[in-house]
Every structure is written in structure tokens, then in C-alpha cells.
Design a protein around this ligand. Structure first.
Ligand SMILES: *Cc1c(COP(=O)(O)O)cnc(C)c1O
Length: 358
């Protein structure tokens, strides 16, 4: 095995995915598996297919293309608002997308008509988080303009995000508001708009408590299934495993060193002024992974007593003094960490980190 590695336990991701699928199904909600956490790896899409997810969603067209090329038969959804420069490619790759600009939807409609194809669009509504979406006030006028669609684009519902940009949490109230915006848009366009899609993982909180309005029928999620965490509510999800993913790196040096550096201290490589407290001589291990690969304050050592001291571009420095595994540690040994969301993203994007499915 080559290190550093981001190791995905297929069984554990599958178990998490099945648990979420069952919970959602019993609430009338279909799950769309979001693959962006592992840069759209087709192996993840295949786990989601095995779990009975309704479709695959990703924010990047390139990721969806990889998944499509792998032969995945599930419907594909682009979540990031399509760039003008990628619209023609979009309709060739994904059957459905989230959109928030009338001119973009009109342009997509034209492209579809020209190419003799169709594309499904969910109208993104901003219910308060201030990232993408029609602001509710502008929705009626926008819906009016969308009556002019020529049949290339089919509007199939509405969608909203929670806790993506501003941390606004999902509630029964803002989900109900989304259902009402759907009714407004459906009334004006004369289209049915059957889908009401919410995301991401933080929506599980509302769904678990049985508080999602019954009109909500689709959920897009990633973090919960991969990491068993819900960052927005700052909680470990009690019924999901937190051991499905780990980052493993190899020890390249293991030595006793003082805890305070020798010499005059300026700024370290990343422009920060480090602070030290004298804890005497400590057992320090140097790992072959660094800030170029991972967000070091978004990983947690799996073994007790292992402490992250700091990191430079290519090295992670660990204090092993209080860890059982520190006793006989030597170069060639490995250490593993649980990634939080940003670390999962960074590792999956780094070409220096192997992505391994076990
Ligand atoms: C990333 C993303 C999701 C998934 O969010 P998680 O919190 O990781 O489950 C859902 N919807 C959109 C639009 C996203 O960009």
C-alpha cells in the first residue's frame, strides 16, 4: 500500500447509506447520494446505488462525467449552478440540475431544443442561507418568465440548501416555506413541480424527529453517510458509523526531542507565530503527510494519546509520548486519523493521497 492514503471502508459506508435510505423512505423521502466528498469517485456512486439511493448528485460536472463514464445507471444531478461555459456539456451528462437564474434556464432550454433533447430543472430557492437560489420575493416574476419555456427544459420542482454558507439550520418552518414557494411557482407556471428537494446532512435532524413537512420528498446528502457527523448541528449522528473513512500516513522519523525549540523564534512557514509550553523531552513522530494534502486542524487521531503538534507543507508532527502505540514506534509504522469534512475534501483532491476502497 502507498501512503498517505484516504481509506474508505466500503461495508461501513454502505451500512450508513442503507440506514439513511431506510429512515428517509419511511418519511416519504428519496435520497440522492452526493459524491463530491470523494471528488466524484465512481466506486462511491456504486455504493450509493447498492444502498438504493434514487440518484447521484455532485457540484462538479467533471465528477458527474466520470460517474457516467463508469456506467452508473442512476440519474445524475448537477448541484452547482451551471456556468454558461458548461451548459451544453451539462445537458449531455446530467439529466437534472439545480438552477437559480431565469436567463440560464432559458439558455438551457434553447440548447435542449437545438439538440433535440430535454433536461430537468429544480428551481433553487434561497430560504435564508444566502448562497444560491431565487429570493422568495423575485420568485413570482421569475416563474412568470419561465412560462415561455419551449419544452427543452422541464421544471420538476424546487430545492433549497441549509447551513451551506451562513449556517442557517433547517426547521419544519423553513421547509414548509419551501413547500409554499413551490405552490406559488406551480400556480404561476401551470406546471406540477412535484419534487421538493432539501440538503444536506443537517436535514436529517428534522427528518429523524418526524418534523419534515410531508411535501418534502428528496434529500441530498454526503457528510452524514461518509463521516457519521453533522457539522451544522455539531453532533455525531448516533445511528451512523464514524469509522467508514480514515486517513493513514507513514512515520518517517521517531525521536525524543525537547518540547521547546532552540533559537530565536520568528514565523513558521505558514506565517503563524507558534507558541510552546515546556513539557520536557517528548517522543515526536514525523509523518509523510502535510498541509498540501490535508487540513490538519480538521483531522482527529484515532488512537488515544496521539497529539497533533503542528505541520508544514509535507510533514505532520505528532507527539506520541502518551500513546500506547508510541512505545516501540519506528519509521515504517503508520498512524490513522478520522477526517472531518474539509479534510475529506482536501485528501480526495490531493494527487499525493491514494484513494483506497477496502
Ligand atoms: C454539498 C451539498 C449537499 C450535501 O451536503 P452534506 O451536508 O455534505 O450532506 C447538498 N446539496 C448541495 C447543493 C450541496 O452543495
Amino acid at each position: 500500500m502507498r501512503y498517505p492514503a484516504l481509506i474508505v471502508n466500503r461495508e461501513k459506508v454502505l451500512e450508513n447509506a442503507r440506514t439513511v435510505e431506510k429512515l428517509c423512505r419511511s418519511n416519504g423521502i428519496a435520497v440522492w447520494g452526493v459524491t463530491k466528498g470523494l471528488s466524484g469517485d465512481p466506486r462511491l456512486a456504486s455504493i450509493f446505488a447498492d444502498a438504493g439511493f434514487k440518484g447521484i448528485a455532485d457540484s462538479r460536472l467533471r465528477n458527474l462525467k466520470k460517474i457516467k463514464d463508469s456506467g452508473c445507471g442512476l440519474p445524475l444531478q448537477l448541484m452547482r449552478i451551471a456556468m454558461r461555459s458548461e451548459q451544453e456539456e451539462l445537458v449531455g451528462i446530467a439529466g437534472i440540475s439545480l438552477q437559480s437564474e431565469v436567463t440560464t434556464i432559458m439558455a438551457l432550454d434553447e440548447i435542449c431544443v437545438r439538440l433535440g433533447t430535454t433536461h430537468e430543472v429544480l428551481l433553487m430557492v434561497d430560504v435564508g442561507d444566502l448562497r444560491e437560489g431565487f429570493w422568495p420575493d423575485e420568485l413570482p416574476a421569475s416563474a412568470e418568465l419561465l412560462r415561455e419555456l419551449k419544452g427543452g427544459v422541464r421544471l420538476s420542482g424546487v430545492a433549497a440548501n441549509f447551513a451551506c454558507a451562513s449556517g442557517v439550520l433547517p426547521t419544519s418552518e423553513n421547509m414548509t416555506a419551501l413547500a409554499r414557494y413551490r405552490d406559488t411557482a406551480a400556480g404561476i407556471t401551470g406546471m406540477e413541480l412535484p419534487t421538493i428537494s432539501v440538503g444536506g446532512t443537517c436535514c436529517l435532524d428534522v427528518i429523524e424527529r418526524g418534523q419534515a413537512p410531508r411535501e418534502v420528498n428528496a434529500l441530498r446528502l454526503c457528510e452524514g453517510v461518509m463521516l457519521g457527523m453533522d457539522t451544522a448541528f455539531n453532533r455525531k449522528i448516533p445511528y451512523l458509523s464514524r469509522d467508514a473513512l480514515r486517513i493513514t500516513a507513514e512515520i518517517v522519523e521517531c525521536k525524543l526531542k525537547p518540547s521547546v525549540p532552540v533559537g530565536t523564534v520568528g514565523l513558521q512557514a505558514f506565517g503563524e507565530k507558534p507558541v510552546f509550553s515546556d513539557r520536557g523531552v517528548r517522543k515526536r513522530a514525523l509523518l509523510g503527510i502535510g498541509r498540501q494534502d490535508v487540513n490538519i486542524d480538521r483531522i482527529e487521531p484515532i488512537e488515544d494519546g496521539v497529539e497533533i503538534v503542528t505541520a508544514s507543507s509535507d510533514h505532520l508532527i505528532i507527539d506520541m509520548t502518551d500513546a500506547d502505540c508510541g512505545v516501540g514506534c519506528e519509521p515504517g509504522d503508520t498512524l490513522s486519523f478520522r477526517p472531518l469534512y474539509p479534510a475529506m475534501l482536501a485528501c480526495s483532491t490531493s494527487e499525493y493521497v491514494e484513494l483506497v476502497f477496502e
